[in-house]
Design a protein around this ligand. Structure first.
Ligand SMILES: [Zn+2]
Length: 77
């Protein structure tokens, strides 16, 4: 958690506290063909399994760009 003084108000940066907001959205893209794994909330295992299956079906496709999105919120300290 990060704190800063901005225009005489103290703010805190933290994880998005919204109800139902995922802590992370995981996905991956094949670097050979651009096919993208279905996104997965809070669990990277389905994305990893997708990559393994994708390489199994396309043995020359072995490199992926893995992505994890997180959401922040700034609120008064
Ligand atoms: Zn591919």
């Amino acid at each position: 958690m990060t704190r800063a003084i901005i225009k005489a108000a103290e703010w805190t940066l933290g994880r998005e506290p919204g109800e139902g907001a995922p802590q992370a959205i995981c996905s991956a893209v094949c670097m050979d063909c651009g096919q993208e794994a279905p996104a997965s909330d809070n669990d990277r295992a389905p994305v990893e399994m997708w990559a393994l299956k994708h390489t199994g079906l396309n043995p020359s496709h072995r490199q992926y760009k893995a992505m994890v999105e997180t959401y922040w919120c700034v609120y008064p300290a």
